[in-house]
Design a protein around this ligand. Structure first.
Ligand code: VG1
Ligand code: CO
Length: 555
């Protein structure tokens, strides 16, 4: 059909500023007339040269409520902006890591991801839109700033009108002059993982009988991927996966893989004596790893994967190029880098900061304390990759010493490197003004020159400030990335405001303390960190500013 492009007049909406990972708002906000269209037009207008015209874009997400109407709008806008080809996951489903892989492997221009990640879904909950670049990674700040600027002045957008495209059937069609390919969301990704890991070794380890697995997709997008891996590839029974049918409202739950929101997994692992439990978030980029009686802190997880990579994961047989973590993530990975002679980078919170280092060949494995772990196989964190990495480590460890458990792997790591105790307190959806005021008073203390040498209880301040990062590859500078205080004994406290919430403000408090005292290796992290947390709450006057005496989530 001949494409007749229609120009629609519109007015800017306030607040279309992408946060840590795209634009996240309530569905009610996205579903206002023109709201989604404005933002998508701003993305299309901000695609770096040669731009949207003639481009190939990948579209998909976690299947949450409002995904299908958003995809139909995206199709109309892409046709109106001269996009040549759209590659769309069947039923709009594509995990965030799968989008990253498909952009790279199909050599697409970029991708539009429809997810609010671990935020709840449904008519009264959240939706989100994010743009990823040619390298498969989240748009850097230069591009998200441009998108935001366009949203503040937008006066029109361009569409081709036509009937909805049936995205439930795999195959090719066209809309206006845009070619549309609806693809199997799972196949390419699982094939790619089979090249990274030794599926044969994992399968024979899991089939040997004594090691049991439970994977929980929390009703998010990883359900079909997890089933394909655990049931189809590794030959495990259906009972080894749960909540694996993606649901638009995540079964009414909170698709966030942590000890609070993945409680049913934790309970099942404990009550049934399961050897290995894992969960992923709504869009499949996060992971949680547990064993019977063992919780793998994400900061430890990435350090352990980095430590085992060249022995246990074929992808890294040729060596590891470098390691990295986000600023609040504990320094456990730094210790692995030091011992093995790898470069190690500290970047601000958000996966977009790892991409340049990977593209430059200086970074192989990295992670964030927020249950994000990944490598340069793609440009997003990858929940199922981390789960399969852990199964590879356990398979390798059991080859060396049969009967090795998740706890054994953790303890062995602490014996070599010492233990970085780490915890995060989240105060979700507090009143914005109070949160801002609290950060302002903390900032004036942390950035004042007289703060160094101050004693907070037993902790003497060695260094403090507001984290600023200069990208070693392109020199771009990102300021105000979190208030940190490091103490003389090496421990740290950090305060940040979240950039992924959709209502009010979320305060995150991170605390870290190192110990190489073997007697402490099996201790409860909360207990050991208590004095530090008390000082953090005292200096921030958090309760006074926010009225909250308790965090919403403790990790
Ligand atoms: C949070 C995490 C951050 C992560 C981001 C996106 O951001 O702290 O580490 O990269 O979520 O994860 P913030 O600004 O709320 O602290 V996901 O799984 O939402 O794409
Ligand atoms: Co996510």
């Amino acid at each position: 059909m001949a494409a007749s492009v229609k120009t629609v007049s519109t007015k800017p909406f306030e607040g279309q500023k992408p946060g840590t990972s795209g634009l996240r708002k309530r569905v009610k906000v996205f579903s206002q007339p023109h709201y989604t269209e404005n933002f998508v037009q701003a993305i299309l207008s901000s695609i770096p040269s040669p731009g949207a015209k003639g481009s190939t874009l990948v579209v998909g997400g976690d299947g949450r409520y409002f995904s299908i109407p958003a995809i139909q709008s995206i199709i109309r806008l892409c046709a109106g902006n001269g996009v040549s080809r759209l590659i769309i996951g069947q039923n709009g489903i594509l995990s965030t890591p799968a989008v990253s892989h498909i952009i790279r492997s199909y050599k697409a221009t970029g991708g539009i991801l429809l997810t609010a990640s671990h935020n709840p879904g449904g008519p009264d909950a959240d939706f989100g839109i994010k743009y990823n670049m040619e390298n498969g990674g989240p748009a850097p700040e230069g591009v998200t700033d441009k998108i935001y600027n366009v949203t503040t002045t937008i006066s029109e957008y361009h569409v081709v009108e036509g009937d909805d495209v049936d995205v439930s059937k795999i195959g090719s069609t066209s809309f206006g002059s845009t070619k549309i390919d609806i693809i199997d969301p799972v196949k390419d990704y699982v094939e790619y993982l089979s090249k990274i890991f030794d599926f044969g070794l994992i399968k024979s380890f899991l089939q040997s009988g004594s090691f049991s697995v439970l994977f929980d997709a929390l009703h998010g997008v990883t359900g079909p991927y997890g089933r394909a891996l655990f049931v189809e590839q590794f030959g495990l029974p259906e009972s080894s996966v749960q909540n694996c049918v993606p649901s638009p409202d995540f079964g009414g739950g909170h698709p966030d893989p942590n000890l609070t929101y993945a409680k049913s997994l934790v309970d099942a692992v404990e009550s049934k004596g399961i050897s290995f439990g894992a969960a992923s978030d709504g869009d499949g980029d996060r992971n949680m790893i547990i064993g019977k009686g063992a919780f793998v802190n994400p900061s430890d997880s990435v350090a352990i994967i980095a430590d085992w990579a060249d022995r246990a994961i074929p992808y890294f047989n040729k060596g590891v190029k470098g390691l990295a973590r986000s600023m609040p993530t504990s320094g456990a990975i730094d210790r692995v880098a030091k011992k093995k002679g790898f470069e190690c980078f500290e970047v601000p919170t958000g996966w977009k900061f790892f991409g340049n280092l990977m593209d430059a060949g200086r970074l192989s494995i990295c992670g964030e304390e927020s249950f994000g772990t990944g490598s340069d196989h793609i440009r997003e964190k990858d929940g199922l990759w981390a789960v399969v990495a852990w199964l590879s480590i356990l398979a390798a460890a059991n080859k060396e010493k049969p009967g090795t458990t998740v706890s054994d792997v953790l303890l062995a790591h602490y014996k070599t490197y010492g233990r970085n105790f780490f915890s995060r307190y989240d105060y979700e959806e507090v009143e914005s003004a109070g949160a801002k005021d609290m950060m302002a008073q903390l900032s004036s203390q942390f950035t004042s020159s007289s703060f160094k040498g101050t004693k907070l209880g037993d902790f003497e301040v060695a260094e403090a400030g507001d984290f600023s990062y200069t990208d070693p590859i392109d020199g771009s500078v990102s300021k105000n990335q979190g208030l940190y205080a490091k103490f003389v004994d090496g421990s740290r406290i950090i305060f940040r405001l979240s950039g992924t919430g959709s209502a009010g403000a979320t305060i995150r408090l991170y605390v870290e303390k190192y110990s190489n005292d073997e007697k402490e290796f099996e201790a409860d992290a909360q207990q050991g960190l208590k004095p530090l947390i008390e000082q953090a709450l005292k200096i921030s006057e958090l309760e006074k500013f926010t009225g909250r005496s308790k965090p919403t989530v403790i990790t």
